[in-house]
Design a protein around this ligand. Structure first.
Ligand SMILES: Cc1cc2nc3c(=O)[nH]c(=O)nc-3n(C[C@H](O)[C@H](O)[C@H](O)COP(=O)(O)OP(=O)(O)OC[C@H]3O[C@@H](n4cnc5c(N)ncnc54)[C@H](O)[C@@H]3O)c2cc1C
Length: 398
């Protein structure tokens, strides 16, 4: 390992949305910061997400949230400011897939949905959609349900990752743990690299599910992590009109969540989540695909998808360990026990990345850690740079 020391304000491990957003926000505030990624930027949860930036309405429907004053309800507006170049992080250039996200119900459940919306969402920007403005997938004389428009938006996740990486390219490096290690020096974490020993004022672990091993490797037990496994379904087809929406069924969570994407050849792919995927982590792919086919035939029987190809992807949501119902209204940032300069973070939602970075700033301020060391990375010159992760619709279909 390298003998020279490199002092820096912030070292970040893990280049998903949490690490990349925090890197951008802290750099904009004048901190020197560097990020290390062991595979490709955005691997696992970020590239596997549906890209929805939502204001928490689905939690309100589930009764897990009161619909007011929570961090998540302000998130769509925060992201829109960043997309316009007026926020703490500059997202200009990031592609927006949709400014619309719909909530719809079948005829048999429409009165339940209306009363839920009336009771829980008085103060939100949820609007009933007139039949003439229904998304193409619901424009059928046979559709008898109701449609609402949510204040949410959907981003093209590869372009989000690229945009965040492009603004801090000089500070993002690959890391190979066969040649690098995190270790304790007294109550401080340091990072040994082939080129040098990195001594950060603050180490931030934003490695998603990878945080668990990093925390244990540093000899800490807190914060503890949990995984929530799920299995999403992908269907590549020939129905051209994009569709973004939650279908509400008889349970309080969405029965089916659909987002629309295009593979590298331009063919439409629907990515299916919601109850279909959360309860099905252990299902055999063929069985889950059969269930997904039945759901689409049941909910949208008028649609002709043309030739379809199907695939599934199993992913874990990584979150702080907690008891009881998850209240996904805030990002999590916690100190590693036994260390004075290390914290681990789980945003719990792509949507909450800005909330996480704000919390990082708050905790750094509380510790009196201000921008101090120069952004001088000559010692790392020559280190490899990570690529960006490839969307699953570009790897799972032949
Ligand atoms: C199927 C699915 C759909 C989702 N849809 C949405 C949605 O539409 N909207 C929403 O708000 N949220 C959504 N989420 C949640 C959201 O994707 C996650 O909360 C968020 O992406 C987590 O980001 P992260 O940066 O913490 O972790 P990750 O995205 O998992 O990134 C972790 C990064 O760290 C790297 N890494 C791991 N270990 C190490 C190590 N030891 N050293 C260096 N690097 C390491 C990984 O390679 C990866 O690049 C979804 C989640 C899933 C699973």
């Amino acid at each position: 390992m390298g003998g020279q020391s490199l002092h820096i304000d912030i070292a970040i491990i893990g280049g998903g949305i949490a690490g990349l957003w925090t890197l951008n926000q802290l750099r904009a505030r004048g901190y020197s910061a560097v990020l290390f990624e062991q595979e490709a930027l955005g691997s696992y949860q970020t590239i596997g997400s549906q890209g929805m930036i939502h204001g928490g309405v689905k939690y309100a429907l589930a009764g897990a949230w009161g619909g007011d004053s929570q961090a998540i309800s302000s998130m769509p507006a925060t992201w829109r400011r960043c997309l316009a170049g007026q926020g703490k992080v500059d997202l200009r250039g990031c592609e927006v897939l949709s400014e619309d996200f719909f909530l719809w119900s079948s005829a048999s459940l429409q009165s339940r949905l209306s009363s839920l919306l009336a009771s829980k969402l008085l103060n939100t920007e949820v609007r009933k959609v007139a039949a003439a403005d229904y998304p193409a997938a619901l424009q059928s004389a046979r559709f008898r349900g109701q449609v609402y428009r949510l204040p949410d938006l959907v981003l093209h996740v590869p372009s989000l990752v690229d945009t965040l990486a492009s603004r801090c390219r000089d500070a993002i490096f690959s890391i190979d743990w066969r040649q690098a290690s995190l270790r304790r020096e007294g109550r401080r974490a340091v990072l040994s690299l082939p080129q040098c020993t990195l001594m950060p004022e603050q180490l931030l672990l934003t490695a998603g599910a990878g945080n668990e091993a990093l925390i244990a490797g540093l000899g800490s037990t807190e914060p503890a992590m949990q995984r929530r496994p799920l299995q999403q379904v992908l269907v590549r087809h020939e129905f051209e009109a994009p569709f973004f929406g939650h279908c509400m069924g008889s349970s309080a969570s969405p029965r089916l969540t659909i987002s629309s994407h295009r593979d590298r050849t331009g063919r439409p792919v629907w990515y299916l989540g919601g109850d279909l995927s959360t309860g099905a982590a252990e299902a055999a792919p063929a069985e889950l695909i059969a269930r997904a086919r039945r759901e689409l035939a049941d909910l949208l029987p008028w649609l002709d998808f043309g030739t379809c190809q199907w695939a599934t992807i199993r992913l874990d949501r990584a979150e702080p360990r907690q008891q009881g119902l998850l209240k996904p209204d805030r990002a999590f940032l916690g100190r590693l026990d036994g260390l004075d300069n290390a914290r681990a973070a789980w945003p719990t939602k792509l949507t909450l990345a800005p909330d996480l970075a704000d919390e990082v700033e708050r905790q750094l301020d509380a510790d009196g850690i201000l921008p101090h060391h120069p952004q001088e990375l000559t010692l790392l010159a020559g280190a490899d740079r990570p690529p960006r992760a490839t969307p699953y619709w570009d790897t799972l279909f032949q």
